[in-house]
Design a protein around this ligand. Structure first.
Ligand code: ADP
Ligand code: MG
Ligand code: MG
Length: 912
């Protein structure tokens, strides 16, 4: 193990020569902070010298149950001695002591999650050396008391408040108001009191190394201070908040943190010293201006802590004694931007007029800023268009495509849930789908608040501005449907105790009770819920977003670098189709025809399914033909000149029928109301029929192509509607391009026989209307068996589109709703699964897709291949579909189209 280098130096030696060993590409070894300190030193920026202990050392230390790997402590002691030589100073020296900071730094930034100790090396002797060197006793004692405070808190977990209380006491006694007014004597007394607090609050059994004559004593030995501080930083990798943060941000637990031991520089040495944080551009809106704050005569976290009012970085150059350092900082900004070719975020300290760089990294930014900065940098010649497109995070784009809370308003957060579907909404609370529809019809915006939603809630979900559920996760019914519709949704708001019957919500942990009609605001991008109306700002596809997406299109549609990456949309009404075209969709990848049977058409389809009067059924079917033809005319007209994949009816028929349990209840009610026998008999007959349709496992039951085999009338009616609409539009001078898709095929023969009758209907309509129609017929691949025989099916199909939701269900044998409600969370927690396979495509399911594409393409080279499951809108999955499986397009809901365009371009770039 110890063959690996454990320690990397950065900064200069005693001759001012750079001895840096690391670089910015080494963040898995040196952590982000260490790698970038090395990089800055390497390019000649002023970095206080030091060394970095690797992340791997931390991993070894933690996996061995917090014990040091052999030889590591010796190596650290040697590195420390080396640093002392480089500086010509020694830790703990009573004449001229070296002081260091001990800083954590993981491969990914985890702001505020882990620990840092400053001013290490001070003790009763070395503080005298510091006084002698600086001739500033106040500064020396202040540094010492800060060190004891930080060390006690970070390394030994002593309650920070104890120290703050002591300071408050001291200020009262001294009759001063601010810390800065405490005298050197006051601070010296505080040091003694702090050491006392330390002795009283550290447990001797845990820390025998701190015992002196049977008493706990603050460690005076700098070597011991250093070892304990490093151990604390290593330990902070596994503290609860760090673990939680990693879980939320998808950072693996096994990376470890590096430790940087670095010579202290002091921003608190008087009026020509300062400390600050800054960005090389404005991270909120992307403007090309220096952005940040500084404090004169301050140290470390004072700027961020907000104890004193900071000054804007642009004023730094105007402060007397800081002019030169301020100008130097501006030069460093430019050097960093040119070097990293991106916006950087930095921490600096000025010690008596001299600038020192303490940290840099590529800075986080809002979506708006990300776009502006990327485009500006192309204009400035700093990066290429490809780099600009590669840099914008597709997931972040979502923020821009929906209305958002006005960022300038301070929020009074009522509760939090999961950020299930982005966008913000404000409306009156309603507790049922019917109330949502009724209230919205009166012109009131509503937020539908439910325990969880189900398919019966669809009307209400459509009517609502936003949806909130107290249960269910990011892939619950509410979340999936809301994302599909582009409706903001916050799920799993556990604090909401909903009583739908009483039409009220109690908010646990508060006295608050909300009633129907009360206004709430939800933000589906953050999961925040606020009582009352938060002002919203709306979003549109203009300006910078349009520019980046135009560049993305150029990249993904180009014939260079392999197969182009197309983006289609899942849409089943003209409004969605129109929206998707505005968002840049090239075609419709999935039109779900059964969505056209909802609303007032539910009655017609129910009559068709349940009636045993043949004439009545025929009439219902005729009526369905009429309305569907009209639907397809509208849709195909909107999409004129562009392909539109239409899937034949897919769900089990009972989904169109009443819930038998509800019907049973209403029969019982009618009975007790004394309804007449004839009515009751009719209702009971209806119930019997509905019951007869029920299946014990409908997901694996009579649905998809199986319906075409058993009840061919319904799908063939749809084919007739599609074909008739097409014929009519051609006559009217449009260019309709429907593609008929047969769902849930497992066996080649299912497809062959279904296609035969489809072709017959098409031929009939051609004859009747006297037009020539060219309508491709393809297969929806969503069962593992179909993927295995894809070559065989391909000989009879014009295209394949992968329904990856069902493919995931059937490959895993998971029923999605049950899996997500009952055990996927546990699987994730236990790391049986690395991610939810319904969110990002699982690699084994992806392999089924890849194999089927390969087989299909071999058997039928003119075929095209797409993905229309929800994964088609997930950036990570999109890259895999294009680059691993080799599909031609992904299809997603309208609001995901811009995200998919960007992700598709990034897929293409990654191939290079
Ligand atoms: P975080 O990761 O929480 O930002 P840092 O390791 O960056 O923690 O330390 C926090 C702050 O402490 C820095 O921003 C800087 O102001 C101060 N600091 C750290 N090391 C030194 C040093 N060697 N000299 C002066 N100040 C330091
Ligand atoms: Mg911090
Ligand atoms: Mg920092």
């Amino acid at each position: 193990m110890s063959a690996q280098q454990r320690i990397y130096r950065f900064g200069t030696d005693d001759h001012g020569r750079d001895v840096t060993e690391g670089s910015s590409s080494m963040n898995y070894i040196l952590g982000g902070k260490g790698a970038n300190l090395a990089e800055m030193a390497r390019i000649g920026l002023p970095v206080p010298p030091g060394f970095t202990i690797t992340c791997q050392t931390c991993v070894e230390y933690s996996t061995a149950g917090n014990t040091w790997p052999e030889g590591a402590l010796d190596e650290i002691a040697e590195a420390e001695a080396d640093l002392e030589r480089r500086m010509g100073k020694r830790l703990g020296d009573p004449a001229d002591p070296l002081l260091v900071s001990v800083r954590s730094g993981a491969p990914f930034s985890m702001p505020g999650m882990m620990d840092t100790v400053l001013n290490l090396g001070l003790n009763d002797a070395s503080v005298q050396g510091l006084i002698a060197q600086t001739e500033n006793p106040r500064f020396a004692w202040d540094s010492y008391r800060r060190f004891i405070q930080m060390f006690s808190d970070v390394v030994l977990g002593v309650d920070a408040e104890l120290f703050e209380n002591a300071i408050t006491q001291k200020k009262l006694i001294a009759g001063v108001r601010s810390d800065a007014e405490l005298s050197a004597e006051d601070l010296e007394e505080l040091v003694a009191e702090f050491k006392q607090i330390f002795s009283e609050h550290v447990d001797a059994t845990d820390h025998p190394e701190l015992l002196v004559d049977g008493e706990i004593v603050f460690p005076a030995d700098p070597a011991l201070q250093l070892r304990l501080a490093i151990q604390a930083v290593f330990g902070s990798w596994m503290n609860e908040r760090a673990i939680l943060y990693r879980k939320q941000n998808g950072i693996p637990d096994d990376l470890g943190t590096a430790v940087n031991v670095q010579v202290m520089v002091f921003g608190n040495k008087g009026a020509t010293s300062a400390t600050g944080v800054a960005f090389t551009r404005n991270p909120a809106n992307g403007a090309r201006e220096f952005y940040g704050d500084f404090l004169v005569n301050a140290q470390g976290e004072d700027v961020v802590a907000g104890i004193r009012n900071t000054e804007p970085i642009s004023d730094l150059k105007t402060v007397e004694g800081l002019e030169k350092a301020g100008a130097e900082l501006e030069r460093v900004f430019t050097v960093l931007e040119n070097h990293y070719r991106d916006m950087c975020d930095i921490e600096f300290t000025i010690e008596q007029g001299r600038l020192w760089m303490l940290q840099t990294r590529v800075g986080k930014r809002t979506a708006t800023a990300a776009l502006k900065i990327a485009i500006d940098m192309v204009d400035e010649g700093l990066i290429t268009r490809e780099e600009a497109v590669g840099r914008v995070d597709p997931a972040q784009l979502d923020q821009l495509l929906h209305p958002q809370f006005d960022a300038s308003v301070e929020l009074d957060i009522l509760a939090r849930g999961l950020n299930a579907s982005p966008g913000a909404a404000v409306g009156e609370i309603v507790f049922s789908s019917d109330d949502a529809v009724a209230r919205a019809a009166e012109g009131h915006p509503v937020v539908l608040v439910r325990w969880e939603t189900n398919p019966d809630d669809l009307k209400g979900m459509v009517a609502a501005e936003g949806i909130l559920t107290s249960h269910g996760g990011k892939t619950s019914h509410a979340a999936v449907i809301a994302r599909g519709m582009g409706t903001p949704c916050v799920c799993g708001v556990e604090a909401f105790q909903i009583d739908a019957a009483k039409k009220e919500v109690r908010v646990s942990g508060t006295e608050i009770v909300l009633h129907e009609g009360d206004i709430i605001s939800i933000d589906g991008a953050t999961g925040i819920v606020v009582a009352g109306a938060v002002p919203l700002v709306s979003a549109e596809l203009t300006g910078d977003l349009e520019t980046i997406l135009a560049w993305a299109d150029e990249i993904r549609l180009s014939e260079d670098g392999g197969r182009p990456c197309h983006v289609r949309v899942n849409a089943d009404n003209p409004a969605d189709a129109k929206l998707a075209l505005d968002f840049g969709a090239e075609a419709i990848g999935l039109c779900r025809t059964e969505h056209m049977f909802l609303g007032d058409r539910k009655n017609i389809i129910q009559t068709y399914i349940l009636s045993d009067d043949d004439a009545e059924r025929a009439e219902a079917l005729q009526e369905l033909l009429r309305v569907q033809t009209e639907d397809f005319v509208q849709m195909l007209k909107t999409m004129s000149g562009r392909p539109m994949v239409i899937r034949l009816i897919d769900p089990p028929l009972h989904e169109f029928l009443d819930d038998p349990r509800a019907l049973e209840i209403s029969i019982a009610k009618r009975e007790s109301d004394g309804a007449d026998e004839a009515e009751l008999a009719a209702l009971r007959d209806r119930l019997r029929r509905i019951d007869a349709m029920s299946e014990s496992n409908p997901m694996l039951g009579l649905r998809g192509v199986r319906l075409s085999v058993v009840y061919p009338d319904l799908p063939l009616m749809q084919v007739r509607a599609i074909t008739t609409a097409t014929a009519q539009l051609i006559k009217d001078g449009y260019d309709p391009r429907p593609e008929i898709m047969v769902p849930l095929v497992a066996i080649t023969e299912e497809h062959v026989q279904t296609r035969e009758v489809i072709e017959q209907v098409i031929a009939e309509v051609e004859r009747d209307r006297g037009v020539k129609l060219d309508i491709p017929v393809g297969t929806m691949l969503e069962l593992p068996r179909a993927c295995l025989v894809a070559d065989d099916i391909a000989r009879h199909a014009d295209f394949f589109c992968f329904g990856t939701n069902d493919l995931t269900q059937t490959a895993f044998g998971f029923s999605r709703d049950d899996a997500e409600a009952k055990f996927i969370p546990i699987y994730l927690h236990r790391k049986i699964l690395k991610g939810n396979p319904f969110e990002t495509i699982d690699d084994a399911v992806l392999e089924l897709v890849r194999m089927a594409v390969e087989k299909g393409r071999d058997a039928n080279p003119t075929m095209h291949f797409g993905v229309c499951g929800e994964h088609g809108g997930d950036p990570k999955s999109i890259v895999k579909f294009f680059n691993v499986a080799g599909v031609d397009y992904v299809s997603c809901s309208p609001y995901r189209v811009p995200v998919a365009r960007l992700a598709a371009a990034q897929a293409k770039l990654k191939r290079a």
